[in-house]
Design a protein around this ligand. Structure first.
Ligand SMILES: Cc1cc2nc3c(=O)[nH]c(=O)nc-3n(C[C@H](O)[C@H](O)[C@H](O)COP(=O)(O)OP(=O)(O)OC[C@H]3O[C@@H](n4cnc5c(N)ncnc54)[C@H](O)[C@@H]3O)c2cc1C
Length: 380
């Protein structure tokens, strides 16, 4: 693999960085305190073209390659709020890609174009109270009626769930057809029968809104079907690959920032007459952290490069997701230890990195699910 980023990617990186550092990061503390952030963030990102970096120009996208998404994932970590970065990631790399990949021209005009400007905020409805890892066991049911579908069921842990105008929904359309009994729908959240039943409190990612949604005899017209009826399981499995790789890139970039903070603290904080970085045990801890972050980054970059070449490397994506989550978590935990009592205090942000980072080992497919996929692909 050659170095994946071109001078154009570097330019993009500088402009995203300058926006994130000047317009988002200064608000992070306030937004964290409020456990929320304003919708203008989506519109401003859209105005700057950052919501549609690799979507085709004909729909208002930037026409870039997949590596532009990786640049966005990495630079968004500089906003100092994992919840904001995650909410934006749901828009750019989770809920909207299926609309582009599987949508009709009408759906792309109606939903994709305003998603790229940030006027239409999306959420993704897969998980249910009794089905997360086992997507095929979802119970939300769409029953065919004259002119459309009637949906009943419940989704949970839905990021952007309260603020979204549109949901990319995964529902069961045939209870006897196994994996072929699942279909994707595009749902306007003001549809009668769509109700945000409650907002969920969380360990971390406080600024992102996470909601439970109930569908009560919600009627969807036939043209709400996204892709083919019965193809939803395969289509959402495709979507999950992008979600995982984007999350892996963000996790590694976040880990690098946490490592930098710990390293700089270790060079200033003195115990027993010298900076703690001069105690071999701390120096070796930082050396291990740097090595792990570099290894995870190389795996993310080589995998993203393959995706940019048109490949679909499920094995490497699963490995990148697994490794980056574990590395990011270990780095956050070790960094907190290096900060000592300050690390445990709410006055400096390391505790937030520790809380926010824990999610990567659960969301978008748990560590255990990644191991199952990798194991299968290793022929086990
Ligand atoms: C903050 C947050 C935001 C989220 N955002 C969204 C969103 O926007 N949209 C959405 O649809 N979902 C979202 N999720 C849901 C998330 O994707 C799921 O939590 C995740 O997929 C795991 O599903 P689960 O919680 O039901 O756990 P379960 O599937 O019940 O798993 C419980 C445990 O069992 C393990 N396990 C399960 N199956 C196996 C197996 N075969 N072998 C070994 N171990 C196994 C799991 O790894 C886990 O440790 C979000 C979750 C959180 C916490």
């Amino acid at each position: 693999m050659p170095w994946p980023f071109s001078p154009e990617h570097d330019e993009l990186r500088s402009s995203i960085r300058s926006f994130v550092e000047s317009e988002l990061a200064p608000n992070a503390e306030e937004w964290e305190d409020q456990s929320d952030f304003p919708d203008w963030v989506f519109r401003r990102l859209g105005e700057l073209g950052f919501l549609g970096l690799s979507y085709p120009e004909e729909y208002g996208g930037g026409g870039g390659d997949y590596l532009c998404n990786i640049v966005l994932a990495e630079e968004m970590t500089r906003c100092n709020s994992g919840g904001v970065a995650m909410a934006v990631a749901v828009q750019t790399d989770m809920a909207v890609p299926p609309v582009h990949k599987f949508g009709t021209e009408e759906q792309k005009k109606k939903y994709l174009m305003p998603a790229l400007t940030g006027e239409r905020i999306f959420c993704l409805g897969i998980t249910e109270p009794n089905a997360g890892s086992d997507v095929a066991s979802i119970k939300t049911r769409a029953v065919k009626v004259d002119g459309g579908w009637v949906v009943n069921g419940r989704k949970t842990y839905i990021t952007n769930g309260r603020r979204a105008h549109t949901m990319t929904l995964v529902a069961k359309t045939d209870t006897d057809a196994g994996h072929k009994g699942i279909t994707l729908f595009i749902v306007d959240t003001d549809t009668e029968g769509y109700e945000v039943s409650r907002a969920l409190d969380k360990l971390g990612m406080h600024t992102s809104d996470t909601a439970e949604i109930v569908f009560d005899d919600m009627f969807l017209p036939d043209d709400a079907v996204l892709g083919e009826v019965g193809e939803g399981f395969y289509n959402i499995s495709w979507e999950l690959q992008g979600e995982r790789l984007f999350g892996a890139a963000a996790a590694v970039a976040g880990a690098q920032r946490t490592l930098d903070a710990a390293s700089s603290y270790a060079q200033q904080r003195k115990t027993f007459g010298r900076p703690i970085s001069k105690h071999q045990v701390i120096r070796h801890k930082l050396a291990d952290m740097a090595t792990e972050v570099e290894a995870a980054r190389q795996l993310v970059y080589s995998t993203a490069w393959k995706v940019a070449q048109g490949d679909y490397p499920v094995r490497e994506i699963s490995m990148a997701k697994l490794l980056s989550g574990q590395v990011a978590w270990n780095v956050a935990d070790q960094a907190l230890q290096i900060f000592g009592g300050y690390g445990y205090s709410m006055e400096i942000p390391i505790q937030r990195a520790w809380r926010d980072t824990r999610l990567i080992r659960i969301g978008a497919g748990t560590d255990e699910v990644m191991r199952e996929i990798i194991g299968r692909m290793e022929g086990l």
